[in-house]
Design a protein around this ligand. Structure first.
Ligand code: SF4
Length: 216
């Protein structure tokens, strides 16, 4: 509904009618299979919206990098900066040869879109794994990958140790809070030795992440 109202002027009215209709059905206590059916056109719209949002965030990173701001820390961030630099170089070459239709930042943004840089935005880190070349993916090491699965195994992510990981400034508060809470937990007197060892390992991982970000 939100996507429709964003894309089509005047569609608030249609949304209002639809919501009213849905509410009537709910209050009548009738279950309507039609509301729950998978709708391929909605699925396509959702996929497009997610891709657009992802590109917006990638473009924001690109612009921040262009302004000389830090886009993040770790090897993933270094790779991303190199990829951004290559896009800028290519845009300059297009301008110099007169092949670029425009002279402004839209040349870079167009190239960025066509380059299809791989990035997944997350709460603890961003992942730059390329599904076609999953080199260095810690989450895939010794993993049983489900048949047909492509890309990272997010629940096995190791943000501090993977070469595809970007730890950005927006992630740091979570890492700092995690460090404080693990340190507090570690100081409890009655912890069994194996639990202490596990917490020590977790603290080390958090410290690796914070060190990469220049926070320790
Ligand atoms: S370990 Fe994390 S950052 Fe690395 S490839 Fe897997 S999901 Fe991406």
């Amino acid at each position: 509904m939100a996507m429709l109202t964003r894309d089509y002027p005047g569609s608030e009215i249609a949304v209002g009618m639809q919501l009213k209709h849905a509410a009537t059905r709910a209050l009548a206590n009738h279950w309507t299979q039609g509301y729950m059916d998978h709708d391929p056109s909605w699925a396509r719209l959702l996929t497009t919206a997610i891709a657009e949002r992802r590109f917006q965030r990638l473009r924001d990173l690109f612009d921040a990098d262009g302004r000389g701001e830090a886009i993040g820390f770790g090897p993933g961030a270094d790779q991303m900066r190199l990829a951004f630099a290559a896009v800028r170089e290519k845009a300059e070459a297009l301008r110099a040869s007169g092949k670029a239709q425009r002279g402004d930042i839209r040349v870079e943004h167009g190239l960025l879109k066509r380059t299809h840089l791989s990035i997944r935005f997350g709460k603890l880190n961003h992942c730059t794994l390329d599904e076609n070349n999953p080199v260095g993916a810690k989450c895939l090491e010794d993993a049983i990958v489900p048949p047909g699965h492509r890309g990272p195994l997010i629940d096995r992510c190791q943000p501090a140790r993977c070469s595809n990981s970007i730890i950005a400034a927006e992630h740091l508060p979570i890492w700092q809070a995690e460090h404080a809470s693990l340190t507090k937990l570690r100081s409890l007197p009655a912890l069994p030795a194996n639990r202490k060892a596990l917490i020590d390992q977790q603290i080390r991982d958090v410290e690796i992440a914070l060190t990469k970000a220049g926070e320790t």
